[in-house]
Write a new protein. Sequence first.
Length: 277
Amino acid sequence: MRPLISLTESDICKLQGVLFDLDDTLLTHGTLTREAYGALWDLADAGLRLVAVTGRPSGWGEVLVRQWPIAAAVTENGAVWIAREGKRVRVIDSVSAEERRSRRMRLALLAEEIRQTVPEAALADDVASRVSDLAWDVSEHRKLAEPQIDTILKTIRQANGRTTRSSVHVHATFDGHDKASGALAFLRYAWGEDETRARAQYAFVGDSENDAACFAAFAVTIGVANVSEHLAHLSVPPRYITNRARGSGFAELSQSIVKGRDLGADRRTGRETEREE
C-alpha cells in the first residue's frame, strides 16, 4: 500500500465517482461525524457521483439516499440497490419476488441451525431492515470469540450459503453478488457505465474483509488507516492508505480528491488561456 499523497492528479481527474463503505470507513464507531459528513458534501459539490457500497441493510440505504448527498446505495453486500430518481428513490432487488421468498425461508432455517450450534451468537440489531441476507453481531455491540465465529462461517458454507465478514458483522446469503459485482452491475443499470470504464473511473474506499472484492476490482482503491487491522484477512489490499482512521481518514481522502481536481482544472484553464493568446 502506498500513502494517499502518492495518488496522482491525473488519476484523480479521471474520476467520475467515489464508492465507499460505511462502517469504520465513513462512520467512526457507528457515528457519522461532522467532519465526515462535510467531506461527503465536498465530494458532491466537486461533481462526483457518490455511492455507498455496504453490508448494511437496504432499509438503511433507502433512508441514506433520501437524506445524504449521494446518488445511490448498493446494500447488503451488493444484492439490493437504492437509486435516487428525481425526488424519489427506487429499490431494486436483483432477484424475483418468488425467488426472494424462497431464499428468505432458507435463511430462516440457517438462522435456527446457528442458534442451536452457537447459542452465544446473536443476530445484528438491523436484521429487520434486511432483504437478502442475515447478519450476526460479532463486534458491534457484543464480542464473539474467534472459534465461535469460525463455527458460524462453517455452518453457513455447509448450507451452501455465501458468507462475508465486515468489521462488525458476519453475513450469510444465498445471493450471488459481492460488493464489487453488485456495484458494477448497478453502475451499468443506473448510468450505462461500461464495466471496464467504470473500474478505471470510480474510486473505492473501504476498511475490512468484505471490501476485498472492490479493492481487487477498481483501479483507484483507498483504505482508511484502520484497514491495517484487517490485512491478515484481506485477500487483496487497497492500493493507497490514508494517514488517519475511519471518518477522519475519509475526510483526508475527500480533501485530497477535491484539491487534485481543483489543481487539474486550474492547469486546463491555464492551457486554454495560452492557446487563446
